[in-house]
Ligand binder design. Structure first.
Ligand SMILES: *Cc1c(COP(=O)(O)O)cnc(C)c1O
Length: 445
């Protein structure tokens, strides 16, 4: 679908911030539709769904511990560290001229086992729930069994009769390809042609079939969805409209709650919690925001981050058009080096929920992704992929806005959590190039 010039002009008049957005200037948007938790009467999913998702993860833990050595230590629980980063905070204050006083933490999903990105939550979860459903329907398992059974040849042979398709710019494909192939499924991945070569190579080495498409991610998804549908034994993981991905992500909130408790980090009226979440279609930041809102209510404040060239969720939520609008409709090219963030159209499922829960969205320019990558590496020896750094500008951006004042919040007692969403599988050579690129940008001032 596309819009007439008149319609576009009308929205630009109605939402003046669109001018800056279409001029590709970094902006911060505060969500006027955010509701207090007590005002929210219905959402398409509940805390109970989230609890059930957590239970599914637990059922599969023995299987994951057995098949993925990087989860043995945590007994098959796929989780990342919550890490205080004092030096990065000082680095940010120095380099970006901010005055962050609250505590700064990284939620280290760049280091998640199995897939090395936040997709190890959503993508792995969706494949596990599909595999469980097939096995239950076939009478091969009950929910009380030990799921180590999924490692057996009988299960692999069984799943070999089924296919999974996914359209992806990279990280989602990696997660689906790795867990899908391990279980025994045929996995077909539909990627845009500009997806990174090493990701295609890695997928092929895991046994997935990679189909490449000219044009952007949305076209790859459309093609993948259509081709997958033609096969009755195939299942399509639909990034543009997936409840399962969303639920898989949401479980992070329980784990975060536990980590905050262990590290004695208070969250209440006087101690607000801020989350900064890199955003593509809006599924991972939406699922996590939903989860933490269920657990911490109005004391948690979630901000999404998008590249200035791919502000799809920003435009979708601001205009209320959600998945009906793409950045291309507003003449924005959707070209960014932030893998996973180069998304032109928001997820419909996630947007309808995020619309009520999130505090706002800010955008940042691509060079900052590399500068932040280098800053984080220099100050903390933490190496993440460019998109995963986007949250680091969050505290400064929120402090520059009217948000704290409008909501009567004290920054000095705040906890800022920057969600670092990917990086562990990036080849060293590639990471070195990213680092050097950031270094060069800093030296140019
Ligand atoms: C996928 C991805 C995101 C965003 O997740 P969405 O569900 O698409 O919003 C952010 N960072 C990285 C590294 C990703 O791979």
């Amino acid at each position: 679908m596309s819009f007439t010039k008149q319609e576009i002009d009308h929205w630009k008049q109605q939402y003046p911030l669109l001018k800056d957005i279409t001029n590709l200037n970094p902006v911060i948007w505060l969500n006027p539709k955010k509701k207090r938790m007590e005002e929210i009467d219905s959402l398409p999913i509940s805390k109970k769904d989230m609890e059930e998702a957590a239970q599914l993860w637990e059922r599969f833990a023995p299987y994951l511990a057995k098949e993925f050595p990087d989860t043995t230590e945590t007994k098959g629980i796929v989780e990342s560290d919550l890490r205080k980063v004092q030096s990065a905070k000082e680095g940010l204050n120095q380099r970006y001229g901010t005055q962050i006083e609250g505590s700064l933490y990284l939620k280290c999903d760049h280091d998640l086992p199995i897939a090395g990105s936040i997709k190890a939550r959503g993508g792995v979860y969706e494949v596990l729930q599909h595999a469980e459903q097939l096995a239950l329907n076939a009478g091969m398992i009950t929910k009380e069994d030990n799921y180590e059974k999924f490692s057996s040849d009988a299960f692999k042979d069984f799943f070999h009769n089924y296919s999974i398709g996914v359209g992806s710019t990279g990280n989602l494909a990696l997660s689906i390809g790795i867990i899908g192939a391990k279980l025994g499924f045929h996995v077909s991945v539909y990627m845009s042609a500009d997806a990174k070569q090493w990701k295609k190579d890695l997928l092929r080495s895991k046994g997935a079939t990679v189909h490449e498409f000219e044009g952007d991610f949305s076209e790859a998804i459309t093609a993948g969805r259509e081709q997958t549908k033609q096969n009755p034994d195939a299942y399509f993981v639909d990034d543009e409209d997936s409840k399962h991905l969303f639920l898989g992500y949401s479980v992070a909130a329980f784990r975060l709650q536990q980590q905050l408790k262990e590290q004695q980090i208070q969250v209440d009226e006087e101690h607000p919690l801020f989350l900064y979440l890199p955003c593509g279609v809006g599924g991972s930041p939406g699922g996590i925001a939903f989860g933490v809102k269920m657990l911490f209510g109005d004391h948690v404040h979630c901000f999404f981050v998008e590249p200035t060239h791919s502000p799809s969720v920003l435009i979708g939520l601001m205009t209320g058009l959600k998945e009906k609008v793409s950045v291309q409709d507003f003449g924005i090219d959707n070209l960014t080096e932030g893998d996973g963030l180069a998304v032109g159209r928001p997820s419909s499922f996630a947007s309808s929920i995020s619309e009520k829960l999130i505090s706002g969205i800010y955008t940042l320019e691509d060079p900052d992704l590399f500068k932040l990558l280098t800053l984080l590496a220099d100050t903390e020896k933490v190496f993440v992929e460019p998109s995963a750094t986007a949250g680091l500008l969050g505290p400064g951006n929120v402090m520059k806005s009217t948000y704290l004042e409008e909501n009567n919040l004290q920054e000095e007692q705040a906890t800022h959590i920057v969600w670092t969403t990917g990086g562990a599988l990036v080849p060293q050579e590639e990471m070195k190039d990213f680092y050097n690129k950031g270094k060069k940008l800093w030296s140019e001032g």
